[in-house]
Design a protein around this ligand. Sequence first.
Ligand code: GAF
Length: 384
Amino acid sequence: MHDPVVLRSKHLARFQAEPAVFVAPGRVNLIGEHTDYAEGFVMPVAIDFATLAAISPRSDGKIVIYSENFEEEKIFEAAALPVAPSKHWSDYPIGVAVILAGEGQKIPGFSLSIWGDVPLGSGLSSSAALEVVTGLAITSLTGVTYPGPVLARLCQRVENEFVGANCGIMDQFISANGEENHALLLDCRDLSFKLAPIPADIAIVIANTMVKHSIAGGDYPTRRRESEAACAIINSHRGGVPFLRDATLEDLEKWGHEMEPKSYLRAKHVITEDLRTVAAEKALEKGDLAEVGRLMAEAHASYSKDFGGSCPEADAMVEMAQDLPGLVGARLTGGGFGGCTVNLVKRENAKAFAETLASRYFAKFGIHPQIHICHASGGAHRLS
Ligand code: GAF
């Protein structure tokens, strides 16, 4: 895992140039789902899975990007960057160049080799990791570097403005700014954050339902629209509510009858999720794991029933974890409709927990889930 030496030597052999190597992690979100684009709170951790990028300058004005995972090369002209995505993995790295060029950076020719082990389409933010690591790599050549929060915002713009995915800031932010052994309570309004310690005896067990997740598809933007419609109704009455972050449960009570029933429920999830997320950070700080677990359970129920963001497989995966020894809390993590559950588990129980959960899931669905025992890792940085 994460062996920069291998990527470096492959890059050297392919491009005959000594590269600089960077890493950016994927993430799981402990709590705070679909709150980031409502300028609310999220509490993700960076994980052990990551994307590496090796970069070296070129003198022919070309941008040559090679994916070790797809064993495929894409070539662009630095002086004529694409104006539209091509629905290809290269949209993410070239999109970073496009956004940086829009910021006035002079993008030189370069060779970029990419390798990653963040499982694709699993809701663990492989695309954010790819964007952030590419951002670090390219800015190491231009010399115009950014603080982590600014880099995260630029990478979010790659999704929003180039790739065409209407996501919030969470994934890029944690990939750029994660801290070893900590979750990060992020205020998505002003990007201020607080580190919340993950106790040393707690493992982060990520269980992949193997149901593919995508934020570009229909459900994510639909839920976003539904929750924003509720917000617009509240705002039309009392003003000062540009985002659901600014709304309260009293607002919902007052004007909920004017909302589509689905919009009402989506907004209820977002408003209560912000409260739970802030409470979860306080509980972690106090070491009150029972409260963290209770909040995660409530968050999952809200995500599934009110937000309609789960799927039968994820609901079952969460349910199957409940009576397993060592469980602190379990819920579906990320954009929803598939992907992974996140389980906080006493480290001494983690292996047995993973094995039993996998066999229960296989017995019900006939699918072998990938289950990973992770820890909270650090954010993006240069390796060599
Ligand atoms: C996806 C998005 F990319 C994030 O911005 C966030 O909205 C998340 O889904 C849901 O919390 O990961």
